[in-house]
Design a protein around this ligand. Structure first.
Ligand code: ADP
Length: 585
């Protein structure tokens, strides 16, 4: 493009020069030719006048002829380069005598004119005469004898030198044309640079802009139209750069949000081809590559892409799907392009598995609470009815029944107390009075308090007193509550004569209280679930032992409040080991 404009300009220069030179050259040549011809004509006319004037006034035909013969015999300088003829009325050459005029075209207009009018007014057209190798133009004049023209003086002037002059002039003009062409080409080449340089710079800048490089402005060389164009171009590039920066920054922000969102985002174009999928969505729906709407949602939805688009035109659609044991809520909404036309669909995928689980747990919890309360209530009611039906008369049975009623009442109280406790822990309503305490003392006290239960079952409870202090920050009452649950569980879920060992360990930044028994143990599949509310491995045994199924759940909450944790290892039929881990002070 750059070369093209440059060459076009050079060509224009050259063409202009050629046209000007050709017009002026032609005019010069014509002027020179006319000038030269006029000179020759004047010369001829002078020669004719000289000859005609030689004929005396009133001479007869013979005298006139003799006078003409005499004057023609003279050789004045203006006869040079001329041919002189005297013709009679029949256009026969009578003088010079040797001349026949062979090859000459007679009569010519001028000759005829001279015969009738007596004067020659116009030059003859040049003619090539046979045997002569030059070109002539001729003029004629009549020689009158009496009132009639008796003879015609016809003079031809040599014009070959005019052609030479003209050829020479043309040659000079051609030479100067050549020089002018070279100079015009060079100047055109140089001058076009002034025009093409800013255009080339603009073109380069436009290419840079297309490649996204908008920061460097173009130098403004002049204040003319091209300068204005360059300035406006710079202005445009600057504002484009600013807009582009804003868009890029917005896009980057959005991309980072997309990348790190826990919700999945899928974007489909007008045709249903996936154009964007963030990592969360790829993970959630196990997507392996860029696929279509149909392929992604075929297993979960009964709608085609166009049907879905139709639906979302009116409102946002939501669906719940289950994938690999997880639950996702998917929202479909349309997005529009600049012309407010629906450009495609956006799907937002939310993982609601936890929400679902909590919902299930809540339902299960309510069912469990109702069940746990209903069992003792049924027992109480049936025993009370039996008493009312007359059993009260039998004091021994009545006391036994009342003991059962009391026992069930105690169970219900314990259950309600545990529920309240959990609820308070859940709602952070329990105030922990955290103090710097020696864990050894707290564990030792708890062991001693509950040793009696082990003794009752002929079990050995061994406390390995550590030879170091375990300073932690904690609420000793709450820690005792946890220890009570763990130690009584060890007693409850171990047979008679079992061994229960309690020890304190130092584990890096933590102290751990380990309670190990060689009791019944917990089946592998239940181990991790025993911290769930109401989860009991053997419900009957637990109830028989007065358990509520909430002890470990409470213990777990309390340990978490202390920044610690509770862990369990168990081998079914061999024994269980609980560890309460506290961070060191
Ligand atoms: P519970 O009131 O039933 O004892 P917990 O929450 O204290 O409730 O314990 C939950 C379940 O964990 C118990 O029902 C029991 O099956 C199991 N468990 C707890 N401690 C032990 C242990 N030391 N040995 C065997 N099983 C245990």
């Amino acid at each position: 493009m750059r070369t093209s404009i440059r060459w076009r300009l050079v060509m224009m220069y050259v063409m202009l020069v050629v046209i000007v030179m050709m017009i002026s050259g032609t005019m010069i040549v014509m002027m020179i030719r006319d000038n030269e011809i006029n000179e020759v004509e004047d010369d001829i006319a002078a020669a004719i006048t000289y000859i005609v004037d030689a004929v005396p006034e009133g001479a007869d035909a013979d005298t006139a002829k003799a006078a003409l013969a005499e004057i023609l015999g003279e050789q004045p300088s203006y006869y040079a380069n001329k041919r002189l003829f005297v013709l009679d009325r029949e256009y026969n050459v009578i003088l010079p005598v040797a001349e026949t005029g062979k090859g000459l075209r007679f009569p010519t207009f001028q000759a005829t004119n001279a015969l009738t009018e007596g004067t020659a007014t116009e030059a003859d057209t040049k003619q090539r005469i046979e045997g002569w190798d030059t070109e002539y133009i001729g003029l004629a004049d009549g020689v009158k004898v009496g009132d009639d023209v008796a003879y015609i003086v016809y003079v031809l002037g040599d014009v070959s030198q005019i052609n030479d002059t003209i050829y020479e002039t043309i040659w000079i003009i051609l030479m100067s044309l050549m020089v002018a062409l070279v100079v015009a080409s060079l100047l055109g080449f140089v001058f076009s640079e002034f025009l093409t340089k800013p255009i080339a710079a603009l073109s380069d800048k436009a290419r840079d802009m297309a490649a996204g490089r908008l920061d460097k402005p173009i130098k403004v060389f002049s204040s003319d139209e091209i300068g204005q164009l360059t300035m406006n171009f710079n202005k445009m590039a600057r504002s484009l750069n600013e807009t582009l920066n804003e868009i890029t920054s917005e896009k980057n922000k959005l991309e980072i949000v997309f990348e790190h969102m826990t919700d999945g985002i899928l974007v489909f174009d007008r045709m249903g081809v996936m154009i964007h999928a963030n990592p969360a969505s790829i993970k959630m729906l196990n997507l392996s590559r860029q696929i279509s709407f149909q392929e992604v949602f075929k297993p979960y939805l009964d709608l085609s892409y166009s049907e879905m688009k139709q639906h979302v035109m009116e409102e946002t659609i939501s669906h719940m799907v289950a994938v690999d044991g997880k639950y996702y809520s998917i929202y479909f909404a349309k997005f529009v392009d600049q012309g407010k036309e629906a450009a495609g669909l956006i799907c937002v995928i939310q993982d609601i598995t936890e929400h679902k689980r909590l919902e299930e747990m809540q339902k299960e919890f309510v069912a469990n609470v109702s069940h746990e309360l209903r069992t003792p209530l049924t027992t109480i009611k049936s025993y009370a009815e039996t008493l009312m039906d007359g059993c009260v008369e039998d004091p021994e049975t009545a006391v036994r029944f009342l003991k059962v009623i009391n026992h069930e009442g105690d169970r219900m109280t314990a259950l309600v107390q545990d529920l309240l406790e959990l609820s308070k822990l859940d709602n952070s309503q329990v105030n922990f009075s955290m103090q710097d305490i020696n864990l050894v003392r707290v564990v030792e006290d708890s062991v001693e308090k509950h040793r009696i239960h082990a003794v009752k079952k002929k079990q050995s409870m061994i406390f390995h007193t550590p030879d170091f202090d375990c300073k932690i920050s904690g609420d000793s009452n709450r820690i005792e509550q946890v220890l009570k649950n763990i130690i009584t569980n060890a007693v409850k879920y171990s047979p008679e004569e079992a061994i229960i060992e309690i020890e304190l360990l130092e584990k890096g930044k933590y102290y751990a209280v380990a309670v190990t028994d060689n009791g019944f143990g917990i089946p592998e599949e239940d181990v991790q679930r025993i911290f769930e509310r109401f989860y009991r491995v053997d419900k009957a045994r637990s109830r028989e032992m007065g358990g509520t199924g909430l002890g470990l759940a409470i213990a777990k909450e309390i340990m978490e409040q202390h920044g610690g944790k509770i862990t369990v290892e168990s081998v079914f039929g061999k024994g269980t080991r609980f560890e309460l881990v506290f961070p060191k002070l």
